[in-house]
Design a protein around this ligand. Sequence first.
Ligand code: SDX
Length: 431
Amino acid sequence: MAESTKTATLNIDGSTYELPVFSPTAGPDVIDIRKLYAQAGVFTYDPGFTSTASCDSTITYIDGDKGELLHRGYPIDQLASQSHYLEVCYLLLYGELPSAAKLEDFETRITRHTMVHEQMHYFFRGFRRDAHPMATLVGVVGAMSAFYHDSTDVSDDWQREVAAIRLIAKLPTIAAMAYKYSIGQPFVYPRNDLDYASNFLNMCFSVPAEEYHVNPILSRAMDRIFILHADHEQNASTSTVRLASSSGANPFACIAAGIACLWGPAHGGANQACLEMLREIGTVDRIPEYIARAKDKNDPFRLMGFGHRVYKNTDPRATVLKESADEVLELLGVEDNPLLQVAKELEQVALNDPYFIEKKLFPNVDFYSGIILEAMGFPTSMFTPIFALSRTVGWISQWKEMIADPQNKIGRPRQLYLGETARNYVDIEKR
Ligand code: SDX
């Protein structure tokens, strides 16, 4: 915990309270209100947590004004261009870039945990074929606590480490199985001779009937998408994982809770919602109609893939993804993809519209990731599962940090109660 260097003074009804202020290594100071209720008998009020720090952390830093994203201090654009996903996983989990020997050991441990318990194949059979892959993912990941009992005790260091490795290793296998199940194709086993991204593409797109060769440009783009979605400070799904974990729940149940939260269209579900929106717009000449709807206070419609709670200039991940989108679409010879034309025109119109400039709304990570995944052949229903498998390392890293924090206690917010005060029961005859 940082040292308090100054205090904030709060005056309520003639009483004065001194609250410690902590200064971070980067970002805004925080006012420590942990003793406020005991001292002043008041709560703070912050629905949506727009001004609330829920924890201290050393994993990821975001500067919303500068459009900066650091993982353990390393800028996301450097990691996306010079690193690869499993090395970023190591960095997020252990805090430092690995030596060659440590990286090889880590990658070997992940590779050797990519298969799932064979009995889980039967677990899938209980789902309808048309189940959304996110529904399957939530169910199967939660069920991992029924298959891997030897890594559910969060008080045991070794079990926590094994659960972390198992989750990072098996999420791609489970996500690929959810996809194969939804299209009626047989499950494809992971292969130890393929890198993480190539393995995922092979499990999704290969079939027993013929050889499948992973295109290195596509696996590089896949790996980059994994990196860009790996962690993002205390976003809604990470906060869900932290809150679930604060009760001591096992890691598989907590990650399943994070997956459930990520599914929402305001969060990780935005990549699917964005592609569906582009498809609904259909042609460039219909963009003004949708821009008008996004600005209409009486219309709940929002431009999916635009805006962010923290970034108020650019989402640095979208900048990197935009480059990848051009590479992948050129490789696939679909640079004139009508969806991409609508996306590029929509981006230009929105970025020059006074409403979006004033509200600081611009393309976020979900805007371009959907276009790349669509071009790679994934159905929109697989976009959020891919986000979930990428973010698993972030959830796990934040979970490990929280469990190890001596201040860790069960999260239990209070409320501003506006309901009825105490009143007596009325018999039905008298109502
Ligand atoms: C992710 O938190 C994270 O880090 C998330 C994430 C991660 O990596 O974990 O980055 C991943 O979730 C990215 C965001 C994906 N969601 C979308 O693309 C859905 C569309 N975006 C909006 O739903 C919205 O921008 C949010 C949810 C992303 C952010 O919402 P905020 O910060 O709570 O802002 P707000 O809803 O209060 O909106 C502020 C104003 C409002 O107008 P006023 O009430 O002030 O007049 O901006 C408007 C909103 O109406 N607005 C939009 C808009 N987003 C906000 N108007 C039109 N289209 C939009 N997309």
